[in-house]
Write a protein that binds this ligand. Sequence first.
Ligand SMILES: O=C(O)c1ccccc1N[C@@H]1O[C@H](COP(=O)(O)O)[C@@H](O)[C@H]1O
Length: 231
Amino acid sequence: METGTSVKVQIYTMQTVSEALAAVDAGVDYLGVTPSNRGLPGEISFGTAREIVDALKGKAQRVALSVESDLGLIADMVGSVRPDVLHLCGDIRLVTPEHVRQLRERLLPLYPGLQILQAIPMTGPEALDHAAAFEPYADSFILDSVAAHIDGIGAAGVTHDWSLSREIVKRSKLPVILAGGLGPDNVQAAIAAVQPWAVDSLTHTNKPLPDGGFRKDIDKIAAFVKAAKVN
Ligand SMILES: O=C(O)c1ccccc1N[C@@H]1O[C@H](COP(=O)(O)O)[C@@H](O)[C@H]1O
């Protein structure tokens, strides 16, 4: 993970090359894709995810998430999509710190430089213990809210207890991304409260479509970037 003084911005989830390139122009540092066939919000095929990742080479850091618990399926996704960052946001009872250690051992010789971004479910004070347990095996954390109707950690569209997030930022040596219900209207307050290395947004930078899907709202992304980087 690149470090520096300005707060970094990560935006999910790109579904086309053109919206990913527009998000780069809006100043986004980390762009996320959701290569999956489980009905996740904005999910796309491995092939489309690879096209987006290839188009972003040299323009932004490319992040791909997985909610899978089968390490072979996670490895297959990385091999097909080839992101810079693997974002693990599956059930931490099934993908444990030991599993993340095994994934590192398996993937890093094949994809040198691959970074592992571990999601921590911000369900309560136990999140502090979870972060401590994953710390030796992750390169960075994303502290995210959890929704009962979505597989994995994230895409909840709601905030969580930022005082717990602040405590993890204070205790951890790793770069920490704050996620969960962030948008242009609350990102400055979130940064002030948590002092994260980066902020992340999905739901509140979306433009809903009549069919129930969405595309990214580039104006909202630009407003999010402006608000985040003013701090
Ligand atoms: O993006 C998804 O489809 C997704 C699916 C399952 C788990 C996590 C997912 N995304 C991550 O969740 C954050 C926060 O979302 P929101 O802003 O609260 O809606 C999103 O940015 C991704 O990092």
